[in-house]
Design a protein around this ligand. Structure first.
Ligand SMILES: CC(C)(COP(=O)(O)OP(=O)(O)OC[C@H]1O[C@@H](n2cnc3c(N)ncnc32)[C@H](O)[C@@H]1OP(=O)(O)O)[C@@H](O)C(=O)NCCC(=O)NCCS
Length: 204
């Protein structure tokens, strides 16, 4: 094989999304886009959630992620599919993931579906709302015009968080156990982004 044919094909890692965030109780986390080598970290995170938090996240009992889901969660393109994790380090520099947030853009529209989960012992100190804010800003920059989410009607913390951030909440007419949440990101719809004439004028 010609060495010139060997290409590293991962999308460019969005390092600008790496940040250190102080939380309401004085603890701090590092936020960063997920990497393929985070599969073990992500599996340990979801396994560490209480059954109740896992149920609220996946809407069913999930003990651990299958290898296919784990790959889909960690091998992402950072554009249509973006995932941010929050992590902390112990005294031996051992990493622990304490939150996961992601959106996945639909194939047929500039709309993305989002989901978030925070470790039980890190809930209620602003991590979930920080991650939603980062997701919204990143979606806007990627030309995604709307974020949609499905929340169980019994999930008061999530509904409170979303209501406080201006999401529209509507009970699913087909299934009263589900609330559909959506918010406009403020990104211009694709039609308004530019016509070929605009591009020519800009010298593109
Ligand atoms: C829902 C979840 C993501 C919220 O994240 P979080 O980090 O705990 O939330 P925050 O600390 O950012 O809280 C933001 C808002 O949520 C609400 N909230 C958070 N914890 C709450 C609780 N225990 N009871 C009631 N409201 C709560 C409040 O409205 C809060 O607003 P405030 O800023 O006025 O305090 C988190 O609890 C979680 O991961 N739950 C399990 C999985 C899940 O439900 N995922 C969502 C699936 S769609």
């Amino acid at each position: 094989m010609n060495p010139a044919d060997l290409r590293w094909s991962i999308a460019r890692y969005p390092a600008a999304l790496i940040d250190r965030v102080a939380l309401a109780d004085g603890r701090a986390v590092t936020l960063r886009p997920v990497l393929p080598q985070d599969a073990g970290l992500t599996q340990a995170f979801y396994r560490s959630l209480s059954p109740s938090s896992r149920y609220l996240r996946f809407h069913m009992g999930v003990a651990s992620l299958s290898s296919a889901v784990l790959r889909a969660f960690t091998e992402i393109d950072y554009d249509g599919h973006l995932a941010l994790l929050a992590e902390v380090f112990d005294d031996d520099d051992e990493e622990r993931q304490v939150a996961d947030a992601r959106f996945v853009r639909r194939a047929d529209a500039p709309i993305a579906d989002f989901a978030v989960a925070v470790a039980d012992d890190w809930q209620g100190v602003g991590l979930g709302s920080t991650l939603i804010d980062r997701m919204l800003a990143a979606a806007r920059r990627r030309g995604i015009v709307r974020l949609d989410g499905e929340v169980l009607a019994v999930n008061r913390p999530m509904l409170g968080l979303l209501r406080g951030r201006g999401f529209a909440l509507r009970t699913d007419p087909q299934d009263a156990r589900l609330v559909r949440a959506s918010i406009s990101t403020g990104a211009a719809p694709p039609d308004a982004i530019g016509t070929p004439a605009d591009v020519a004028f800009a010298g593109g």
